[in-house]
Design a protein around this ligand. Structure first.
Ligand SMILES: [Zn+2]
Length: 223
C-alpha cells in the first residue's frame, strides 16, 4: 500500500492529530493511525473488511455457549453488572453477535436484557428506548465510528445509568507490533483508558470502574 494514499485522520475520541505507523503482519504492510494526544489507535480504513467479509468472520466467532466462554462472560457480569444493577434492570446488549450468550445469561439472572446487533438482531427500536445500562461486550474494538456509537448508546442511558464496556485496553499491551489482539482482522479500534474516560466525560459520564486488562464502567450523571 502506498503511504501517500493514506488519508490523515483526526482522533474520533479527542479530535487531535494522529500519526501514521506501519506494523506489518507476515511481511505485509498494515497501517494504523495513532492519536498523539490520547493514544487511541485506528486501523487505516483501507485495511477494513467489507461488510460481507466482516459478517462472515462474526459467524465463525466462538461466542457460543461452551463453558469456557460462559465463565468468561461470568467474570464480566461479576465485575461490571452485579455491583451496579439490581434484578429487573433493563439492559441493552449492544452488538450481541449471532448467539446472544450474554443476554441469555443476564436474563437467567433476573435482568431484562434486550439485544441489538447491526447484522444479527437489527431491531431499530433501541434508539427510541431508554435503559438502565448499555453493554458493549467485545464490541468497541470492531467499531469504525466509535464516537458515533458511544454517543448514540449514551443518549439512551437513563440518568444515573451505566455504560459498560469490555475491550482490551492498550495499557495491557506491552508491544503493539506483536500484540495478538490486533491480529484479528475485524479488530480496528484500540483504546487507552484515558482516551475513553475523557470521551465519556464529554458525554456526561464518570468512570466508576476500570479493571485491567479489559473492563470499564461509566455512570451517567443525574441532571
Ligand atoms: Zn485522541
Amino acid at each position: 500500500m502506498d503511504v501517500q494514499a493514506l488519508i490523515p485522520l483526526h482522533c474520533p475520541l479527542c479530535a487531535q492529530e494522529m500519526e501514521l505507523l506501519n506494523f506489518p503482519i507476515r511481511g505485509r504492510d498494515r497501517w494504523y493511525h495513532r492519536c498523539r494526544s490520547c493514544g487511541f489507535i485506528y486501523l487505516a480504513p483501507a485495511h477494513h473488511l467489507s461488510a460481507e467479509a466482516e459478517k462472515e468472520r462474526y459467524l465463525q466467532h466462538q461466542n457460543s455457549n461452551d463453558n469456557g466462554y460462559r465463565d468468561y462472560l461470568g467474570t464480566f457480569i461479576e465485575a461490571a453488572v452485579i455491583p451496579h444493577l439490581k434484578p429487573g434492570a433493563e439492559i441493552l446488549d449492544f452488538g450481541s453477535g449471532p448467539v446472544p450468550a450474554l443476554t441469555s445469561l443476564l436474563n437467567s439472572q433476573g435482568f431484562s436484557c434486550h439485544t441489538f446487533d447491526p447484522y444479527f438482531s437489527p431491531a431499530p427500536a433501541w434508539q427510541s428506548r431508554s435503559y438502565d445500562a448499555v453493554i458493549l461486550h467485545e464490541v468497541a474494538e470492531h467499531l469504525a465510528d466509535p464516537a458515533a456509537v458511544f454517543t448514540a448508546a449514551g443518549a439512551c442511558i437513563r440518568n444515573g445509568g451505566f455504560f459498560m464496556i469490555r475491550t482490551r485496553f492498550l495499557e495491557s499491551c506491552a508491544d503493539f507490533a506483536s500484540w495478538w489482539y490486533r491480529m484479528d482482522a475485524t479488530h480496528i479500534s484500540f483504546y487507552t483508558e484515558i482516551g475513553l474516560r475523557q470521551f465519556m466525560a464529554s458525554q456526561g459520564f464518570s468512570q466508576i470502574l476500570f479493571r485491567t486488562p479489559d473492563i470499564a464502567v461509566f455512570q451517567k450523571k443525574a441532571h
